[in-house]
Design a protein around this ligand. Structure first.
Ligand code: MF3
Ligand code: CO
Ligand code: CO
Length: 286
């Protein structure tokens, strides 16, 4: 269902987006060589409990198993939906951290600190049906000093994100977003993942329309004021093709073993252009 959001709904998503952005800002200083990747998941869980926020990825339906964690942590050639796990980050690694969080909730309605995040069946009762303010954002982190290849990939991927967001104008079409991203990436020799796409957000995390990061300008749905979407390009150093982990059905990797990067913002389309709801306060130049 494609919905136009009310002012009240946008304000709730704004609160969720501010909280999610504060988590990414916190991770900036934590992620360094020698850190255990699992600490990323623990940090998000701790902040959620402290500030009464639901980690909405726990319990998302999957083909083989429901998603068990608050975060997706993709390392190097991992593309999306990789599980956080015990792994000591090393100098030169590229780590992508994606999550979907609620706004801080009223404790008298639900006390998140009392929930057992390891109990997926229980968590599903709160996460799957949640229709309040929510935010979805992925950010990429360089671990220590990274190679020029990683630096370039991170820069191009972030530029792809903003090139796409710039197209999210009233009257433009969905295809304008994908076409702009695809052209930007492919001109520079990168591959754009096609199997996974951006999406509408609200009332739940994955709503219509799909927002591909490739496509043809002037095609597809016309964009309207009040739509809330994500753009989340996954850009590869090599082929756009990916391979899925058949054991869990969740994690993907680049087919050729090349590196992959991702940034994701959630934004609302206004008559003055897109307004980013998950901003970390550094978008002034775009
Ligand atoms: N945050 C992801 C997205 O951008 C959704 C992950 S689905 C999950 O759409 F199951 F892994 F949570
Ligand atoms: Co996401
Ligand atoms: Co998303």
């Amino acid at each position: 269902m494609i919905t136009i959001k009310s002012q009240r709904e946008i304000e709730a998503m704004d609160r969720a987006g501010d909280f999610l952005a504060s988590i990414h800002i916190g991770l900036r200083d934590m992620i360094k060589p020698g850190m255990d990747m699992w600490e990323v998941e623990e940090y998000v869980r701790k902040r959620c409990k402290e500030e009464n926020v639901l980690p909405l990825q726990i319990g998302v339906d999957g083909h083989l198993m429901d998603y068990p964690y608050a975060t997706c942590c993709g390392l190097n050639d991992e593309v999306a939906h990789a599980f956080p796990r015990h792994y000591l980050l090393k100098e030169g690694d590229l780590l992508k951290v994606d999550m979907v969080l609620s706004e801080p909730l009223d404790k008298s309605v639900l006390d998140v600190s009392k929930l057992d995040f390891n109990n997926i069946e229980l968590m599903k009762k709160y996460t799957v049906d949640y229709t309040g303010g929510l935010a979805d954002s992925c950010w990429a982190y360089a671990v220590g000093q990274v190679s020029q290849e990683v630096t370039d990939l991170m820069n191009v991927t972030k530029e792809c994100l903003y090139v796409g967001i710039q197209q999210a104008q009233v009257g433009n079409r969905i295809g304008d977003i994908g076409a702009a991203i695809q052209e930007y990436a492919e001109k520079r020799g990168y591959g754009v993942v096609r199997d996974l796409v951006g999406h509408g957000v609200g009332p739940t995390m994955h709503e219509e329309p799909m927002v591909p990061h490739f496509g043809r300008a002037g095609r597809g749905l016309r964009l309207k004021e009040g739509m809330v979407l994500t753009i989340e390009p996954m850009i590869n150093t090599g082929t756009w093709e990916i391979d899925t982990d058949l054991k869990t059905g969740w994690a993907h990797k680049t087919l050729d073993g090349g590196l992959s990067c991702q940034y994701e913002h959630q934004f609302v389309i206004t008559k003055d252009g897109p307004r980013i709801l998950t901003s970390q306060g550094e978008e002034g130049s775009y």
